[in-house]
Design a protein around this ligand. Structure first.
Ligand code: SIN
Length: 533
């Protein structure tokens, strides 16, 4: 096996990874490893925007409170404070680097999304906010000396020596490399692809969560998967996100008989928290025996709709849906994982030398349910924090020099890979989805145990490694969902619908024999509400 050396290894090239790379570039050589082209990540597909308290009517204290409320009592307040307080600085810097957010006249234009009490969501090119942020960050990274890139390179596992992370094993063009680094930042995003319905691109296979677990990292709150309520449901159409901003701008949800229904479920109607809207849609689908409901924008000014949602307009038109004239068939889909690799507010994990930021991480900033459009901000803020912390902790340290190692003597093959992947994704959607119970979760656990042998081997194709990672993470999500016998935020148990006694976090670790151990941490009582400022 060949060895590569670098000062800082970044795994993942979405908003968090790129922002960490930018931070680290002035402290040594950086290597960004990503399994596809650089821009292929959830960031690229983020539509609605980036939440930041910068409008005249807003305050960081109000953004703080809205985030806590959406998190349903499980947010870590220190992390939320960092997010809302450092957010504006990260956005201003992004604008200085060339980001073009939409404006009303000369002022930044802020839109409204569910559970925000102010218009606070910046957007770019109407509904291509993530793409604009990714464009600017890639340009910045490319302009920096000393940042190398390994696209099409799949991280297999972390190199852990003496309890410290010293880099990672990376599969590049069919060859296995051992990349040694002073510090490693995991920024691989989430695992929406575990579910058969998801807004996430194909690269989101929970790789970082699985490799961190295998390396001995602590993961937390894995049962909290956010389901986005409105995803295109049309024959032959992709599972295309229909931004929450469409409801923010006045879009109405109707059942197949054309009846608006959200008022029957929540006083905030279309702008109720996402878990409430997703469950309401499922109820209406069941009630009307339909696999979808409608999102209706036909009462809005067509010119405004086309201008405000150009990408969505064009995409739907390809499937014969003119969103200015037709109601759009939608149903929910897996969207974002609130849990992940446990970190402090500086991206530090429990493993020395290993940092994590973005969706792969769990700072506790989202609690049990993420406030819409907080994730791009999270990537910017905590990507920068992780970079800063990695630079500081590894200052003066040399790149590790470990004895040469041979490649694993034998690699496994997964027979029936496509079929297993489809079974896994359907299983997670049907049994570990929006509404869970002991019976569905128990069935999922049993079926997942049939795939246990896959976890015992090493593989040399990206597809097999991704499947192994998804199975590993799916098992953890299922165990976590089984163990939490109550309902809070995005985790809803029909057999335990009560929230009482549910304000705790659960940490998970894997033992040497592959078994999972958990520890419950009670959420501290709420501090005094922050003064507005
Ligand atoms: C959306 O545009 O609805 C997605 C935004 C988000 O999930 O934060």
């Amino acid at each position: 096996m060949e060895t590569e050396k670098t000062d800082f290894l970044i795994i993942g090239s979405g908003v968090a990874g790129l922002r960490a790379a930018i931070e680290l570039a002035s402290h040594g050589e950086v290597l960004v490893v990503t399994k596809d082209v650089m821009r292929e990540s959830s960031t690229e597909y983020a539509q609605g925007g980036v939440a930041v308290a910068m409008s005249d009517e807003d305050r960081v204290g109000i953004h703080f409170e809205d985030t806590l409320k959406a998190g349903d009592g499980l947010c870590r307040e220190d992390a939320v404070r960092v997010l809302v307080e450092e957010g504006a600085e990260r956005i201003i810097e992004l604008i200085e680097w060339g980001a073009e957010f939409d404006r009303a006249g000369t002022k930044l234009d802020f839109t409204l999304e569910a559970a925000h009490s102010r218009r606070r969501v910046l957007h770019a090119h109407g509904d291509s906010t993530g793409r604009e942020i990714e464009r600017v960050l890639i340009n910045k990274v490319v302009s920096l000396e000393g940042v190398r890139r390994f696209p099409f390179s799949m991280t297999v596992d972390l190199v852990v020596d003496g309890g410290e992370c010293r880099g990672a094993y990376v599969l590049k063009e069919g060859r296995m490399y051992r990349v040694l680094a002073r510090a490693t930042v995991l920024a691989t995003g989430g695992g929406g692809q575990m579910f058969s319905r998801t807004t996430n691109p194909p690269v989101t296979t929970s790789d970082g969560m699985a490799i961190a677990l295998r390396a001995g990292a602590v993961l937390e709150d894995m049962e909290f998967v956010q389901f986005h309520p409105t995803v295109l449901f049309a024959p032959a159409a992709p599972q295309f996100l229909l931004s929450e901003a469409m409801r923010g701008e006045g879009g109405i949800l109707r059942n197949i008989y054309g009846e608006p229904f959200m008022k029957n479920y929540h006083p905030d109607a279309e702008l109720a928290p996402r878990d409430v809207v997703s469950r309401a849609i499922i109820s209406e689908m069941v009630r009307t025996s339909s696999p979808y409901v409608y999102l209706d924008l036909t009462h809005l000014d067509p010119a405004f709709v086309k201008r405000r949602f150009p990408r969505i307009y064009r995409t739907c038109l390809q499937y014969d849906i003119d969103i200015t004239r037709d109601r759009i068939p939608v149903s929910p889909a897996a969207h974002y994982m609130m849990g992940g690799v446990r970190t402090d507010t500086n991206g530090r994990t429990n493993i020395e030398g290993l940092y994590a930021a973005g969706e792969v991480a769990c700072t506790g900033v989202h609690g049990a349910n993420r406030l819409a459009s907080n994730s791009l901000l999270e990537g910017l803020v905590f990507g920068a924090k992780a970079g800063e912390a990695a630079a500081e902790a590894s200052a003066g340290r040399a790149v590790p020099d470990l004895p040469a190692v041979a490649s694993p003597p034998a690699y496994g093959r997964i027979d029936g890979y496509e079929e297993i992947k489809t079974r896994l994704r359907r299983l997670m959607w049907d049994r570990v989805g929006i509404i869970r119970c002991a019976e569905s979760l128990g069935a999922a656990r049993e079926e997942l145990s049939n795939f246990a042998d896959i976890l015992r081997h090493q593989y040399r194709t990206r597809e097999e490694l991704e499947l192994k990672n998804m199975i590993q993470t799916a098992a953890l999500v299922t165990e976590a969902a089984l163990q939490r016998r109550c309902s809070i935020g995005a985790h809803y148990r029909s057999d335990f619908p009560q929230k009482e006694g549910c304000c705790f976090h659960v940490e998970w670790r894997m033992e040497g024999d592959g078994s999972l151990v958990s520890r419950r941490l009670w959420q501290p009582a709420r501090e005094e509400p922050a003064a507005e400022g």
